[in-house]
Design a binder for this molecule. Structure first.
Ligand SMILES: [Zn+2]
Length: 219
């Protein structure tokens, strides 16, 4: 009980923090001026022909990359269905395309997510599971936090018998700069309820998604 309380308060705290930040947002002009500064800092002239429209394009790209701050993943999952004819087996959505940005370098994290849950009384439209991944991905992230947020939110809102989230992704801050290790994939997982407590349930899920952890270890 204490555990699900903690998960719930985490989901709530994250949401409130995101809302507060959204209210203190600078205007578009200020954001474009910041891009001009970065262009100058890189050593180029923001007024030359090829770059003159760039601040506007960058800011519009950021609107897409970070659209997740304006969306509420809890509300997204609240519409559920109870007519399941007693279906109580695992629901697995695998290979959800993941595009996020690392909060340390603001460069892309590209990969895929696998999400599963064991329904209690209610099921949710499967596209909603993918949307929850997308909303959290379209914020500044580290992969560990993203994985936990998706699992915690599904657990809190749907209250299923268990949730499993596995994310495998490549971080461009590792592949294009710094240690420069292309081909490296990071695998994170968050298991709650039956997926955490019952090894057979966990195994069944991992087999369905192709056991990413063992694959990553074997490369
Ligand atoms: Zn990074």
């Amino acid at each position: 009980m204490a555990k699900s309380g903690t998960v719930q308060s985490l989901v709530k705290a994250n949401d409130e923090a995101a809302r507060a930040a959204a209210e203190a947002r600078p205007g578009r002009e200020e954001a474009e001026a910041a891009v001009r500064t970065l262009i100058r800092w890189a050593g180029d002239d923001p007024d030359r022909e090829g770059l003159v429209g760039t601040p506007d394009r960058v800011v519009r790209s950021y609107e897409e990359f970070f659209a997740g701050y304006g969306e509420d993943p809890v509300a997204m999952l609240e519409r559920t269905f109870e007519e399941t004819d007693g279906y109580d087996e695992m629901v697995v959505l695998r290979d959800i395309r993941l595009e996020s940005h690392c909060e340390h370098h603001m460069v892309p994290i590209i990969g895929k997510a696998h999400v599963a849950y064991l329904p209690g009384k209610r099921v949710v439209g499967i596209s909603k599971l993918a949307r929850v991944v997308e909303v959290y991905a379209k914020r500044l992230q580290i992969q560990e936090k993203l994985t936990a947020q998706v699992a915690n939110t599904i657990q809190t809102v749907l209250q299923p018998r268990g949730v499993a989230v596995v994310i495998e992704a490549a971080h461009q801050c590792m592949t294009t700069r710094g240690v420069r290790k292309p081909g490296v994939t990071m695998v994170t997982s968050r298991m709650l309820g039956a997926f955490r407590e019952d090894p057979r349930t966990r195994q069944e899920f991992l087999a369905m998604v192709g056991n990413p952890a063992s694959r990553a270890g074997g490369d």
